[in-house]
Design a protein around this ligand. Structure first.
Ligand code: FAD
Length: 332
């Protein structure tokens, strides 16, 4: 990822798409078909595959990552958490990723079981963390660098509105979190993906604080804003609550006006996210400007945003011209 980003002209734009592993074989096969269409029509610079906290989705995450990297030839980034995970499981995940030809890891701490959207397996006990070696994401960044040198490009998470996870005792605002982000970058992170947000002012303030940070750690590193297309009013409310993302009043008002009409909610959501993209495009960036989309495995809304914001790169001469029809074929 870092090499691909560095190869882009400074005034270029790029984007990435995030997917989670479906729970069932049917879900996976639906998603595979959708991914194939999205890869062809949208041409993301890279895709990312989430990891269930505590390793709850390890097999399915690796299976989906294999589909992306091997079958579809997409530059793939595997999310990997390190708390509530045994060291052999971490080693196994990294070895499997390497064997699949995956060169990118998003190194995360993870949350305790059952605390958030990344944990799907309700049967796992809510254990105390027994793995004292990995307490924070920085420990995983250091470990990957120690074990694998520069083989993997490493991404880390950042929070424009602060990291306020009630399952852990820390209640930090964005500023207090920054020294730990410096640590992650100095330990070897190559790029930063942010938590989703709708409050563009928070992101801009956060980014400018990082760029001007006295450590110099963030002068050139890609800081990729995380954006979630609006799929429905209920999903929006749930995910913003889980991620502690503020919904600015004007955003809420525009969505409230159409909340009874799912299609209208999606349409207004496309407008809202497209406006955020266009505003961020106008703020300065030391290199190419990226956008990361939390797709929730859905195609339509993100495709409209990408098209509207002219983020879809031209197809290479070898790729047949793609028709832009997008289909939402059931739940994945
Ligand atoms: P860290 O960087 O370790 O930070 C966690 C907290 O600890 C912060 O409040 C920080 O300030 C504090 N801290 C860090 N270092 C220290 C230190 N040395 N001393 C004291 N305090 C410290 N979760 C999943 O389970 N699966 C996923 O696939 C997943 N994908 C994600 C993708 C993105 C882009 C983002 C933004 C989050 C994702 N998460 C995922 C959620 C993430 O695991 C949680 O938010 C988790 O609580 C924090 O992870 P982190 O990597 O930011 O942790």
């Amino acid at each position: 990822i870092s090499e691909k980003v560095a190869a882009l002209p400074d005034d270029a734009y790029y984007f990435s798409l995030e997917f989670f592993p479906p729970k069932t074989a049917t879900g996976l096969s639906n998603l595979q078909a959708r991914l194939e269409r999205m890869a062809r029509a949208l041409r993301p610079l890279f895709v990312t595959v989430t990891w269930g906290a505590g390793g709850s989705t390890s097999e399915r995450s690796l299976e989906l990552a294999a589909t992306c990297q091997r079958q579809l030839g997409l530059t793939t980034c595997l999310h990997l958490t390190c708390t509530n995970m045994s060291r052999p499981l971490i080693d196994q995940a990294l070895e499997s990723a390497k064997a699949l030809g995956i060169r990118n890891i998003l190194a995360l701490r993870g949350d305790p079981p059952r605390s958030n959207e990344y944990h799907e397996d309700e049967t796992l006990p809510a254990t105390q963390d027994s793995n004292v070696e990995f307490k924070y994401a920085v420990d995983l960044v250091r470990y990957i660098r120690k074990q694998y040198g520069d083989y993997f490009a490493i991404g880390v998470a950042a929070y424009p509105e602060g990291h306020t996870d009630e399952s852990y005792p820390e209640y930090l605002d964005a500023a207090k979190d920054i020294p730990y982000l410096v640590e992650k970058v100095e330990a070897g992170a190559d790029f930063i993906l942010t938590q989703l947000f709708f409050d563009i002012t928070s992101f801009q303030k956060f980014e400018s604080t990082l760029r001007n940070h006295p450590s110099g750690a963030f002068k050139t590193i890609p800081i990729i804003p995380g954006l979630m297309p609006v799929q429905s009013y209920a999903i929006l409310k749930r995910t913003t609550k889980l991620s502690h993302a503020t919904l600015p009043e004007d955003v809420t008002a525009r969505l409230d006006e159409v909340r009874g009409d799912d299609e209208a909610v999606k349409r207004v959501g496309v407008d809202i996210i497209s406006e955020i993209v266009e505003t961020i495009k106008r703020s300065p960036s030391p290199g190419a400007r990226g956008f990361h989309f939390y797709t929730l495995n859905l195609e339509k809304a993100v495709a409209f945003i990408l098209e509207r914001c002219h983020l879809i790169p031209p197809s290479t001469p070898m790729t047949p011209a793609d028709d832009f029809s997008v289909v939402e074929d059931g739940d994945s």
